[in-house]
Design a protein around this ligand. Structure first.
Ligand code: HEC
Ligand code: HEC
Length: 204
């Protein structure tokens, strides 16, 4: 018993840590992240920059939850999210690099505030705001902010969940019943809300 108990406790705490969103020691060093970010800023720091093929906007990262961005980088590395460039980027990064970069990128400009913008997607979005927050301003570190995200990127992401190119059990279930028209309407609704911005250079 004397030897089993500590082992059990260790296992329990390891499980807990694994299941928990960001904890204090997970917080990245934004100043170091800024120094590592030159390559990233070549795409994510340019307003209106687009992915070449297929053509859609590079996602806005400033104002996003760093924890979610970290999960995204891990997803590219594990290839549960498929994107050749982001895979190439993510495989060169250590865990600490990812923490530091996402702390910098997320904090490089604030989440814009302002009154919610009405739109035809509002009713459809009721199902989404339960997790993604009112107007897409998620309060949970591992649930992405959608407010102000590029509409064509949101559309691309939702299609990827639907066709299985991007693997997530929660979102896979959410998009199963959405038509192409629903996806377009939801994407423009969330994109129109004040929120995310293009990452800004060297704020630190
Ligand atoms: C050549 C352009 C390019 C470069 C360089 C680049 N990215 Fe990306 N990034 C993209 C594109 C395009 C996507 C969207 C891919 C997709 O559809 O999943 C993306 C997605 C992301 C996401 C996911 C965002 C979300 O909302 O889920 C994160 C996080 C990210 N990049 C971080 C970085 C970091 C950190 C670097 C530097 C180490 C970097 N990127 C370099 C183009 C780039
Ligand atoms: C039960 C909670 C939940 C609900 C409800 C939900 N989502 Fe999500 N959503 C998530 C999680 C968790 C992720 C991150 C998954 C991942 O890592 O790929 C996500 C990711 C996304 C992304 C990708 C964002 C990015 O930056 O790449 C989009 C777009 C999205 N959701 C839109 C929606 C829409 C539209 C609805 C309503 C039809 C919806 N979600 C409903 C939890 C939810």
């Amino acid at each position: 018993m004397r030897t089993i108990l500590p082992a059990l406790l260790l296992t329990a705490s390891a499980l807990l840590t694994g299941a928990m969103p960001a904890t204090a020691q997970d917080t990245g060093d934004a100043a170091r992240g800024s120094k590592l970010s030159d390559t990233c800023m070549g795409c994510h720091g340019i307003a209106g920059y687009r992915n070449a093929y297929p053509s859609y906007s590079v996602p806005e990262l400033a104002g996003q939850h760093p924890e979610y961005l970290y999960i995204a980088l891990q997803g590219y590395k594990a290839q549960t999210r498929k994107h050749p460039t982001m895979y190439a980027q993510a495989t060169t990064l250590s865990d600490q690099d990812m923490r530091d970069l996402t702390a910098f990128l997320a904090g490089s400009a604030p989440l814009k505030t302002g009154p919610a913008v009405d739109g035809p997607g509002k009713e459809k979005a009721v199902a989404c705001v339960a997790c993604h927050g009112e107007g897409g301003r998620s309060q949970m570190p591992n649930w992405p902010v959608l407010a102000g995200q590029k509409a064509d990127y949101i559309e691309h992401a939702l299609h990827q969940y639907k066709n299985g190119e991007r693997k997530d059990p929660i979102m896979g279930a959410q998009v199963a019943a959405l038509s192409d028209q629903d996806i377009r309407t939801l994407a423009s609704y969330f994109a129109a809300q004040p929120g995310l911005q293009t990452a800004a250079y060297k704020k630190n």
